[in-house]
Design a protein around this ligand. Structure first.
Ligand code: ADP
Length: 670
């Protein structure tokens, strides 16, 4: 009986909802469920792996953003601090600028006063108008020389309306301007009354650079009568700038030429590339004494982060960036530029920006660590829950499987009990059948035995009657002989019935070493009557000594009686009927003993041979039960041997009983 149990698997429900408080629930979009169906990992089942992958991604994004923000903070802070520093630098430089301007103006201011005073002097005007009397000339020369010496000017001189120098503080000598036509100098052209014009130039006489100041002289009627001018050297100021100033200071004239500088190698340099027109003009005015002006780098540059522009200046190949603060000096036709070095400001701004960026990065990382720790705590909790859930699930599955197994076990137990019962019944039926078969055989044997016994009984009857008569006659000797014969017959009958009894007795079932030849002889003796009746000759071919094999005598005899009976029946139609019984054994590996029963009967057709050992298979119409060979084969198997058959080449069948040979005492060592 088979019981079919349908039990719903505990793990049939695949997937699990992501935890309700999962912060990635929205972004997850069912990924947890998908993972849960694919994997059996507790972490996957709880959506933990989903969370982990989001965490990893978030961490990467966060750190990338932190990096970007840090860089932006660095740039922003740098710009801020740099602008701040530059503003401060500009302010301090701007505060210094008036000092330089004042010192430059102070250098020239006193000459302005001198020139204006001279331009209003009547003697000067008279002289320029043409009063060149000796007396006036001497007095004028003296005055010019005294004034010149007292102010420290290089030369103070008068120019007439034809723009020739007519008087000078240096009336003669190689450096004197007297008599020279200076109409090519722009300052004499630009000179106006009541106002001093300035002009930087390199002297054509002594090749000495200087600053020319001039003002026009008018007579009382307001007509221009000439010009009074002075050339001053700026050496003293320059010396001060070279040694005494902290910053780099330059003064540029209206042509962009550096006329004063705190660096000697910057002086007389042009701050732009000279044009052809300029070159021509400079040549004509001889402002720079026809010298070829060398260039100086001087350009405004904008830094990469868009801070305020720098002035990049310096000798070619030595340019540096400066913060430039400029003051225009129209009176002097000059520009004064103070250059401040921003590198300290830059360094400071870099350090400050670095600090800010570092602080931002530290704060961001700290926040990230705190955040990660919180997530870790959450993850640990989820992992615990997932583990718990998996544990529950596995427990349920285990219990479910246990129940399944218990039921299956119970079924199996029942089935085994049923099988045992069936086997027991089968065995009992089999035993019954064997007994039936045996009874059938015994019946047959009994018929023969009855015949065997009838003869001695009849003989005994005659002998006993005769014995009575011989005794009445007093012939005791003959009566004694008859009684002896009767006794012999009784003994023979006892032997016959003993054989039948031993054949019919129940088997002990015990497997022992048994001699084969006596069993063969017994079987033949049991069938002696039939053999005789059917005219069957029996030949036993066995070795002289004891031939032992494992088995049990009673059942072996049953097999032999069956084989001999079948052989007798198979030879019914044979004119000459002979049964040969061969017994022998083999030695060496797998020692076996054999009993072969050979007849010259009808033999075995293929169809019969195929079903020979099937229970209830028989070709006999009336007598056979079809169990003989099936039982014989079963007995052979129970002895650890086998029963096989084949056709003999000359006709008839051969049945071979193979048994496990037992060592006989005499040839145990063979
Ligand atoms: P039964 O003798 O009752 O028929 P068995 O099992 O002893 O049952 O034999 C089965 C069949 O095998 C017989 O009916 C017979 O056809 C065949 N058979 C047995 N022994 C021989 C033999 N020696 N020669 C030919 N046929 C045989």
């Amino acid at each position: 009986m088979t019981t079919t149990v349908t039990i719903k698997r505990a793990d049939d429900e695949t997937g699990s909802d992501p935890p309700a408080d999962c912060r990635y629930h929205r972004r997850c979009a069912g990924r947890c469920e998908r993972l849960a169906t694919e994997a059996g990992d507790p972490a996957e089942l709880s959506g933990l792996s989903c969370i982990r992958s989001f965490r990893r991604r978030d961490a990467i994004i966060y750190l990338s953003l932190t990096f970007v923000v840090t860089v932006l903070c660095f740039v922003g802070a740098y710009r801020y601090f740099f602008d701040l520093g530059m503003a401060s630098l500009e302010a301090s430089t701007s505060r210094e600028l008036p000092v330089y301007v004042q010192r430059l103006e102070r250098e020239t201011d006193r000459f302005d006063t001198l020139l204006l005073a001279l331009s209003m002097n009547r003697d000067v005007a008279a002289y320029l108008k043409g009063d060149h009397s000796r007396e006036r000339s001497d007095a004028l020369d003296r005055m010019l020389r005294d004034l010149n010496d007292s102010t420290g000017a290089l030369q103070t001189y008068l120019v007439d309306t034809t723009l020739h120098v007519v008087a000078s503080s240096m009336p003669d000598g190689p450096g004197s301007f007297v008599g020279r036509d200076i109409s090519y100098r722009p300052y004499v052209q630009r000179a106006q009354p009541g106002r001093v014009v300035g002009y930087y130039a390199v002297g054509t006489t002594g090749n000495m650079a200087g600053y020319y100041l001039a003002t026009a002289v008018n007579d009382d009627a307001g007509r221009r009568v000439g010009i009074v001018a002075t050339k001053i050297g700026l050496d003293r100021l320059e010396r001060d700038w070279l040694h005494g100033v902290e910053r780099r200071v330059v003064a540029l004239d209206e042509n962009g030429v550096i006329v004063l500088s705190s660096r000697a190698d910057w002086k007389d340099r042009l701050t732009h590339v000279i044009t052809d027109a300029e070159r021509r003009r400079f040549y004509e005015t001889q402002q720079y004494n026809r010298a070829d002006l060398r260039p100086l780098a001087w350009a405004s540059v904008t830094p990469p982060f868009g801070e305020r522009p720098f002035l990049r200046a310096g000798l070619p190949g030595q340019e540096r960036d400066y913060l430039a603060v400029t003051a225009q000096l129209p009176e002097l036709s000059m520009r004064l530029v103070v250059l401040a070095d921003p590198s300290d400001t830059q360094q400071l701004a870099l350090a400050q920006a670095g600090f800010v960026a570092f602080a931002v990065a530290v704060v961001a990382l700290f926040a990230h660590i705190v955040y990660e720790r919180r997530l870790n705590t959450q993850e640990q909790r989820l992992a615990r829950e997932a583990l718990q859930a998996t544990h529950e699930r596995l427990k349920a599955r285990f219990e479910h499987r246990s129940a399944e197994l218990r039921i299956a076990n119970e079924d199996l137990r029942k089935e085994v009990a049923e099988r045992i019962e069936s086997e027991r019944r089968l065995r009992s039926y089999q035993d019954e059948l064997i007994r039936t078969e045996n009874l059938a055989v015994i019946g047959q044997l009994s018929a023969g035995l009855a015949h065997e016994i009838n003869q001695p009984l009849a003989a005994m009857s005659t002998l006993s009657e005769n014995a009575v008569r011989f005794l009445q006659r007093g012939d005791t000797a003959t009566a004694q002989f008859n009684l002896g014969r009767i006794s012999e017959l009784v003994t023979r009958m006892g032997t016959l019935t003993g054989r039948l009894r031993s054949f019919a007795r129940r088997s002990s079932g015990e497997i022992v070493a048994m001699p084969l030849v006596p069993s063969i002889e017994n079987a033949v003796a049991l069938l002696a009557h039939r053999l005789e009746k059917e005219h069957v000759a029996v030949k036993i071919d066995a070795p002289p000594g004891p031939l032992l094999a494992f088995g049990e005598t009673v059942r072996l005899e049953q097999v032999l009686v069956n084989l001999l009976s079948n052989a007798i029946e198979a030879m019914e139609a044979s004119p000459v009927r002979e049964i040969v019984i061969r017994a022998y054994r083999t030695y060496g590996d797998g020692e076996h003993a054999f009993i072969e029963v050979l007849d010259n009967g009808i033999g075995l057709s293929d169809a019969v041979q195929a079903r020979l050992f099937e229970p209830f298979f028989t070709t006999k119409k009336t007598s056979g039960l079809g169990l003989g060979l099936a039982i014989s084969a079963d007995i052979a198997t129970s002895f650890g041997g086998s029963l096989t058959c084949e056709n003999r080449p000359q006709g008839g069948a051969l049945f071979r009983l193979t048994l496990r040979a037992a060592p006989s005492e005499g040839n145990a060592s063979c």
